[in-house]
Design a protein. Structure first.
Length: 65
């Protein structure tokens, strides 16, 4: 959630999600972002992420984080 607006059409979503370039919105994005809220030592269920190579809504590298 902290860099989504820098890739593909993510810049068009800043009115809905906010922008990490805005300090106040960054605070909320960090709290919302699943990648930034993983807690060490916590058991999480297995998850499979997938997207199409030409899907303009999700940059393919994001599913591989």
């Amino acid at each position: 959630m902290l860099r989504y607006q820098k890739f593909k059409v993510g810049s068009y979503w800043t009115t809905e999600y906010g922008s990490a370039d805005n300090e106040k919105q960054l605070f909320y994005l960090r709290r919302y972002s699943p990648y930034h809220n993983v807690k060490p030592g916590t058991a999480y269920p297995a998850v499979m992420f997938f997207t199409g190579d030409s899907d303009t809504r999700v940059t393919p590298f994001m599913r591989a984080k």
